[in-house]
Design a protein around this ligand. Structure first.
Ligand code: GLU
Length: 541
């Protein structure tokens, strides 16, 4: 068959040739060791924590190697596309400081020389490659109804349809030029399929950065490259785009692992070298019985990145938590370098922990507590206000009006060598410190009689001149009411006392805060002021 003629028949008006494209997108001028990585989400309107985990690996490899990190929006599946989704993706990434070197905003700017960065705007590019493969006899048109709209292996599996084992008896492989011409004249649509040379009996080997060397059966499927609407399948677009855009490391979910033999054949057929692959594992979560489940947006609210914003998690904590899942030596490094910027951590994208990552909210909370405990009160205030503006607007006026007081409240047991570690997300602030903004709504009292005696008497002893004097006065009252002021004596004969000074402090604490546990009581009382403290005590008079 005259393949040149066939290619011309199928693609009469192509905008580019492959040669032109190779010139238009020259090899990147990179320094030794620099890697080009990308994040290539499908714009479905929501970012899964697992995708963000992937972006974390990609971003760090690209940026830390002095290379490039870019965003490519894989919007070839128009059915699943949600409008505004790519803006959400950019917003999330940039809010965590993952600023891409190259990207495109829908209907807006394009930054970078390797765009368009939306696959839907690259159709002319894919068509150039499809034409070349047809002209070389490496791909063929397929007029089967069955190939309509089928984009990837998963979709095919769902429809229980397996496209093209490379059998010579496949009718589409054996069409004559005349038949094809006839179909085209009838206005029939066609897909372009790979003419696979693979054999089920042969194996291919490839290297995955996390999983090591992997051996799989060769691809022998005449896979669809362009669907009959000329939209590429993921497989074809991956090979074309990652080649032209100069990607050196592809970080993607491990669900793509079975497709690597097909990708290998497509790259080989195009005469291009495959990039390095990191197939990152999916995130799991343990359920109450201790069994693993995939982190899913249906079952786990934290699968959606918006959860962390809504709850007011510290962004740095989310990043550090994920870095720790990627490089398990991070935890020790952080312990030894508590206040060093994370950019100093020797991140190693080529030595990723191979264990299945289990997402553990308690651990994230601990990391977040640690980070927030080192913030100044002013920084806490700024973060709290930022969060409130987005998620708790009813508190904004108050936060702004009483800024100084709020900063003082945030400063209780803070900016000290051993700061208090209680806040791990901003939405807990008002519950945690409710007593600083109003009278408690309930009181943790066990011994009502003793409690009331202490609280009533304490009004006479209340003194907030200094912490020492305040404590002396508490002690004085304790002694007079029959509580031990000497702990040794109390331990030897507890039955001689109603309790000790700590018991007395607890009663006062409950009267003021409603709780048995709180940060430093003197600091709380001083901040509330004598008048407010007396008001709270007098309720029990
Ligand atoms: N759009 C693909 C996905 O979301 C990207 C995979 C890749 O990074 O190559 O799974």
């Amino acid at each position: 068959m005259n393949l040149e003629k066939l290619a011309e028949l199928l693609f009469p008006n192509n905008k580019y040739t492959v040669e032109e494209l190779e010139k238009k997108y020259p090899k990147r001028n990179l320094k030794e060791g620099a890697e080009v990585t990308r994040f290539a989400p499908s714009p479905t309107g929501f970012m899964h924590l697992g995708n963000f985990f992937q972006a974390t690996i990609s971003y760090n490899i690209g940026k830390r190697s002095g290379g490039v990190f870019f965003i490519r929006i894989e919007d070839t599946d128009q059915k699943r596309e949600v409008s505004g989704a790519s803006a959400i993706i950019m917003e999330i990434l940039t809010s965590y400081g993952y600023i891409p070197d190259e990207y495109q905003l829908k209907g807006g700017v394009t930054v970078g020389e390797y765009g368009p960065y939306y696959q839907s705007e690259r159709v002319d590019i894919y068509k150039a490659y499809a034409k070349k493969l047809v002209a070389e006899g490496k791909a063929f048109p397929c007029f089967c109804k069955k190939t309509e709209g089928l984009s990837d292996v998963k979709e095919k599996r769902e429809k229980k349809f397996s496209v093209g084992i490379n059998e010579d008896k496949d009718p589409c492989r054996n069409l004559t030029l005349e038949q094809i011409e006839e179909y085209i004249n009838e206005g029939k649509k066609f897909a372009i399929r790979l003419k696979s040379n693979g054999s089920v009996d042969k194996k291919v080997k490839f290297y995955d950065v996390i999983k090591g060397e992997i051996e799989m059966a060769e691809n022998c499927s005449d896979a669809i490259l362009l669907k009959n609407d000329m939209i590429p399948t993921y497989h074809f677009a991956h090979a074309v785009d990652d080649t032209l855009m100069g990607t050196t490391v592809v970080v993607r979910g491990e669900e793509w692992l079975p497709s690597v033999p097909l990708h290998k054949e497509i790259f080989d057929t195009l005469g291009y070298k495959q990039p390095k692959y990191i197939h990152n594992p999916l995130l799991y979560k343990l359920n109450e019985e201790g069994n693993r489940n995939k982190l899913s947006k249906r079952k786990h609210p934290e699968a959606d990145m918006r959860f962390f914003d809504r709850e007011g998690y510290d962004k740095q904590a989310v990043i550090e938590y994920l870095i720790n899942l990627i490089n398990s030596n991070f935890e020790i490094w952080r312990k030894n370098n508590p206040s060093v910027d994370i950019s100093e951590f020797p991140f190693d994208g080529f030595n990723i922990t191979a264990n299945t990552p289990i997402f553990d909210l308690v651990k994230l909370n601990d990391i977040s507590k640690e980070i927030i405990s080192r913030y100044s009160a002013k920084k806490c205030y700024e973060e709290l206000l930022l969060w409130a503006r987005a998620y708790s607007p009813e508190n904004v006026d108050y936060l702004v009006k009483d800024k100084d007081y709020v900063i003082k409240v945030l400063n209780i047991d803070r900016e000290k060598p051993k700061p208090r570690k209680d806040i791990y997300k901003w939405n807990m602030f008002f519950d945690l410190f409710d007593y600083m903004f109003g009278v408690p709504s309930s009181y943790e009292v066990e011994n009502q009689k003793q409690f009331e005696e202490v609280v009533k008497n304490y009004q006479k002893y209340l003194c907030l001149d200094s912490k020492d004097i305040w404590f002396e006065k508490v002690k004085e009252m304790a002694g007079e009411l029959g509580y031990a002021t000497d702990n040794k004596a109390y331990k030897q004969n507890p039955e001689n006392f109603k309790g000790n000074v700590a018991t007395v402090c607890e009663y006062i604490r409950v009267a003021i805060t409603g709780r048995k546990n709180s940060p430093d009581l003197y600091e709380i009382m001083s901040l509330l002021g004598k008048e407010e403290v007396l008001k709270r005590l007098s309720q029990f008079a």
